[in-house]
Design a protein around this ligand. Sequence first.
Ligand code: ATP
Ligand code: LTN
Length: 347
Amino acid sequence: MTETANQETAKNGTENQEIIKKRIFSGIQPSGELTLGSYMGAIRNWKALQDQYDCVYCIVDLHTITVRQNPADLRRRCMTQLAQYIACGLDPEKCILFIQSHVPEHAELSWILGCYTQFGELSRMTQFKQKSQRHADNINAGLFTYPVLMAADILLYQADLVPVGADQKQHVELCRDIATRFNNIYGNIFTIPEPFIPEVGARIMSLNRPEDKMSKSDPEGCVFLLDKPEDIKRKFKRAVTDSDGRILYNPAEKPGVSNLLAIYSAATGENMPDIIARFDGQGYGQLKSAVGDTVIEILKPIREETERLLKDKKYLEEIYKAGAERASKIARKTLLKTHKKLGFLPR
Ligand code: ATP
Ligand code: LTN
């Protein structure tokens, strides 16, 4: 596989026939432990796509410092997240796994794109509005320009697809707008990416506040990938439902029950009518314990493999260093192309 273009040479039958593989880019912040939401909304798809696409997956530590971090925790979480990526089935032989701050082109392109992004556009971002409420004492410029850095992440790699949960759709759309604006001025510099959002599992809700998204900042409402079986059981047992006792999928009126059904469907691959027929007439207690058991089964091998990998720091270091080298080659090419178009003198 060449690393400087979305191409690889096929040796199956016709020698030197070029197969163009589409490219994928996605990332997750090491701002906390990975959750069942990030697994079902994003990572599961990352894995499913790694055979057909040329995949680049990142740990976006630059994004994470928009909220104050403890340095030792951040270091530990980056290592754990890399181990979890691999334990979830991302194969370092098939995809590029790297850490954002190791490839300085992300910050450099972000500056450039910031000059092609409007204040009004950034002010409309839902995540900015929510996070500035939650961190009212630290509404820093990085929190505001966060989507510009995300656009740089995606555009540096000329990504065709960006697999994310539903909450990130708005950011990918802004990225498309910025890229289109840039291309309209300077020619076809950037590939215009599409969001890739799963049909089931795109928005897993909190177990104790089912009107809100499951998020790592809410430990009781969320299941962490490394949670022990007894903790997962307890969290599902305490999941908030309602008082009418009927098992129906209706997120607006029955958010808690619908969320349990959605998790079950995402976990087993079964469709909703079959699941509802199966649980029809049973109590919420049975549904909760069936969903809990299924999630425990899925997460068990991931937890065990993460623990095993974390004992081998040297291996993890090798993976992220090699990943950054491969990523840099692609990123540098795009950055130099933009420099040339902008009129910067060659280095
Ligand atoms: P934070 O609470 O800091 O916003 P988070 O728990 O929402 O963090 P992210 O790191 O922002 O997690 O998200 C990682 C990826 O997982 C993104 O693609 C996001 O869309 C997806 N994702 C996160 N939470 C969920 C969820 N509850 N349901 C589906 N997808 C999710
Ligand atoms: N903003 C995303 C994380 C993120 C990302 C990206 C996702 C940063 N850069 C590039 C996809 C592509 C989030 O908050 N979950």
